[in-house]
Design a protein around this ligand. Structure first.
Ligand SMILES: CC(C)(COP(=O)(O)OP(=O)(O)OC[C@H]1O[C@@H](n2cnc3c(N)ncnc32)[C@H](O)[C@@H]1OP(=O)(O)O)[C@@H](O)C(=O)NCCC(=O)NCCS
Length: 209
């Protein structure tokens, strides 16, 4: 499977993998609990996505010379390290999976295919001020959606609404950083800088706490 690994700094790394054939790479590094979870996924595509995201985090950790600790999902669905050290975030979209790890700070990562239909559902996840600055272009809308997903995953708690609680500052379609904040929740006025990458037909975003 093709992999792109990026060491962001001495504390963090990310890996993006193209989803390949099933069982193309060994998964023997998984914890017992993870192997059980994997066995319980019956849908072949979901299995490949799940496995590729774990291969990605394995490779990001190798880049930081850290052992794979195993991960479990907390009550909100966010993956947590089994040894209590470091922070992880995972994402998959048709064709790709990616993962990010940071030694000290919560992280959020997201990948989304650019699809025309996102233009029709903007009102569901965008505030009026965001609808005003966004061009009627699926790339611009997908950047906004993915940035909100990354913020959501970084904060990790359910019950945060993309439209009501996550607000993005105006940005251009060529920008590689989007600024955003959480409002109206316990984490009100927490500000994020979201990194944006375009990979063919996919938008990748990630952020730290
Ligand atoms: C859960 C959610 C973050 C998943 O995102 P997604 O784009 O559908 O899927 P992705 O492949 O990018 O991410 C999936 C990963 O997110 C992670 N995840 C799930 N819940 C999470 C949470 N509360 N916090 C952080 N990460 C979470 C999991 O690791 C999951 O991977 P896994 O199942 O292999 O372990 C997303 O669907 C969600 O619930 N968003 C908030 C709801 C919302 O407001 N939606 C918009 C309304 S218009």
């Amino acid at each position: 499977m093709q992999t792109k690994i990026e060491k962001i700094d001495s504390s963090s790394a990310l890996a993006v993998k193209i989803i390949g054939r099933p069982d193309e790479e060994p998964l023997d590094f998984l914890s017992f609990r993870e192997k059980l979870s994997y066995t319980n996924i019956s849908h072949p595509e979901k299995r490949r996505e799940w496995a590729t995201a774990r291969l990605a985090i394995h490779e990001a950790l190798k880049e930081l010379q850290l052992p794979y600790p195993g991960f479990f999902k907390d009550e909100h669905g966010k993956s947590q390290s089994m040894n209590g050290q470091g922070f992880v975030s995972l994402t998959h979209t048709p064709g790709y999976a990616a993962a990010i790890f940071h030694r000290e700070q919560p992280v959020g990562i997201d990948m989304d295919l650019i699809r025309e239909k996102i233009l029709k559902i903007g009102f569901r996840f965008l505030d009026n001020s965001e609808l005003d600055f966004l061009e009627n272009d699926p790339v611009h809308y997908t950047m906004a959606w993915s940035a909100k997903e990354s913020i959501f995953k970084c904060q990790g708690k359910r019950g945060v609404s993309f439209r009501e609680n996550i607000l993005l500052e105006p940005f251009d379609i060529q920008d590689s950083i989007i600024k955003g904040k959480i409002r109206g929740t316990d984490f009100a006025d927490h500000h994020y800088h979201i990194q944006v990458r375009k990979l063919e037909n996919v938008i990748l975003t990630y952020t730290f706490w």
